[in-house]
Design a protein around this ligand. Structure first.
Ligand SMILES: [Zn+2]
Length: 76
């Protein structure tokens, strides 16, 4: 488990299937379907009906929920 550097929320890192880059996700799974991802073996991909069938947890990208999201976008 990791923590966000700007808001201290618990996050988990997973590699985006689309970009191949590591992305932070909220550590707590959500129950809605909007913009959610499935994380399997450290790889994050868009949540699909297949994932639902397998009862995988839904995760949201922390960029979307971080109160300090702006800080993430600026390279230090
Ligand atoms: Zn944050």
């Amino acid at each position: 488990m990791a923590a966000c550097k700007s808001c201290d929320a618990d996050i988990i890192w997973a590699t985006s299937a689309r970009s191949g880059k590591p992305m932070p996700f909220d550590a707590t799974p959500v129950t809605h379907d909007r913009g959610v991802f499935a994380i399997v073996k450290g790889a994050a991909s868009k949540y699909t009906p297949e994932d639902a069938k397998l009862h995988r947890d839904r995760y949201t990208c922390h960029f979307a929920t971080c109160p300090n999201a702006d800080q993430h976008r600026n390279p230090r």
